[in-house]
Write a protein that binds this ligand. Structure first.
Ligand SMILES: Nc1ncnc2c1ncn2[C@@H]1O[C@H](COP(=O)(O)OP(=O)(O)OP(=O)(O)O)[C@@H](O)[C@H]1O
Ligand SMILES: [Mg+2]
Length: 372
């Protein structure tokens, strides 16, 4: 087992001026499950491939434990990768697939058999050891790919979207299995996904990347409750946080007919900026009586999901604003979670009060979190 350190690691692909990964600084603890997450093209796979030695590092360094591996070949890094495409050998049995890397490395037959059987037991694959991959389900193949990594007893596991070939239900099941298996084995793991739910449910910590730049590294809890900037705020959480720019007027921020008081720490951090980005999660509201501190919402649609209802709508008076307040990219619609027993009708106006501590403030200029 080992720590992993990205020390200013940068990758600029030939023919490109902008780095795919720009001065990445990230320290992964011994035994930690770290999830790298971000939108498509943000540099997740490139980061992982630099750590694996499959991609050049143009500046900066990569360390595994205390060892600088920046110029070490992939084979000598003592890592094992699991990719989206498991690339099992179709003509080999499950056991041979799992033991293949050990065979190449010259490990003796009895030891290979012992390690393969142990991995098969952990992964619940014992009864499939003599089958060929084509006679397995998607989830079983995924576990064989995991087994192939486990038998090598590496210092670090690298996984790049290993669940994206599975259907939704199996993905949920398998992500729990991988997370608990990793904890059992205690092997430092870097796991890449674009799925924020996977990140929140699996990681000890999450690192969010955007355009090759690290945005925040934090525990799932911290990432959810104190996003470092408006991008992370909108990316982590589902349905996405309601976000938009409000006008700063004295001690408060205004949007349409809604008013939100600015805490002292936020007010002083805003300085002379005349707008502030406000973020409130769908679950951050309660329905209230009309009042100066409430947000009037014109309901356009109500969705009942059994355990919750989601109310969609726009803030009264929003038509007079230059920008929009909504959940998700370029969305003009707000989303509010309400208890299912609370009956809300379409075309009604409801009054929402943000729950204490559930309003996030960001600079409308830099996107950075303001106040506490
Ligand atoms: N071999 C390459 N040559 C040139 N540019 C590349 C190469 N591989 C990736 N890129 C570019 O580098 C950036 C980061 O790519 P990367 O594959 O790391 O993204 P990603 O976060 O893994 O995305 P996805 O979620 O789609 O897999 C992208 O803009 C991509 O187009
Ligand atoms: Mg990728």
């Amino acid at each position: 087992m080992a720590t992993v350190t990205f020390d200013g690691a940068t990758r600029v692909y030939p023919g490109s001026e902008k780095p795919a990964v720009d001065s990445l600084n990230l320290e992964i603890r011994d035994g930690e499950f770290l999830v790298l997450v971000g939108p498509s093209g943000c540099g997740k796979s490139t980061s992982l491939r630099m750590l694996a030695g499959l991609e050049d590092v143009n500046s900066g360094r990569i360390l595994i434990g205390d060892r600088d591996v920046t110029n070490v070949t992939p084979k000598e890094r003592d890592i094992a990768m699991v990719f989206q495409n498991y690339a099992l050998y179709p003509h080999m049995t499950v056991a041979d697939n799992m033991g293949f890397a050990l065979k190449i490395a010259g490990v003796d037959k009895a030891e290979i058999r012992r390690r393969v059987e142990e991995a098969a037991r952990i992964l619940d694959l014992t009864q499939y050891l003599d089958r060929k991959p084509k006679a397995l389900s998607g989830g079983q193949r995924q576990r064989v790919a995991m087994g192939r990594a486990i038998v090598r007893k590496p210092q670090v596991f690298l996984m790049d979207e290993p669940l994206s070939n599975l259907d939704a239900k199996l993905r949920v099941q398998t992500r729990t299995q991988i997370a608990s298996l990793q904890r059992e084995l205690g092997v430092t793991t870097v796991y890449v996904t674009h799925d924020q739910t996977e990140a929140l449910t699996m990681g000890d910590r999450i690192a969010v990347l955007k355009d090759g730049i690290l945005q925040q590294v934090a525990s799932p809890d911290e990432m959810f409750s104190r996003p470092a900037n408006a991008f992370v705020a909108g990316f982590i959480g589902s349905p996405a946080m309601n976000l938009g720019d409000w006008r700063v007027e004295g001690d408060s921020a205004k949007f349409g007919e809604a008013t939100v008081m600015l805490p002292e720490s936020v007010k002083s951090a805003i300085g002379s900026e005349d707008k502030v980005t406000i973020g409130i999660r769908p679950e951050g509201f309660e329905i209230a009586e009309p009042g100066i501190d409430t947000i009037p919402l014109k309901v356009t649609f109500v969705e009942h999901l059994g355990s919750d209802s989601y109310v969609y709508g726009t803030i009264a008076g929003e038509e007079n604003e230059e920008s929009r307040f909504g959940s998700g990219d370029n969305s003009e619609t707000m989303v509010v979670r309400v208890p299912p027993e609370r009956k809300v009708a379409q075309d009604q106006v409801i009054n929402l009060r943000p729950r204490p501590g559930h309003i996030h403030f960001f600079s409308a200029v830099s996107g950075k979190r303001l106040g506490d």
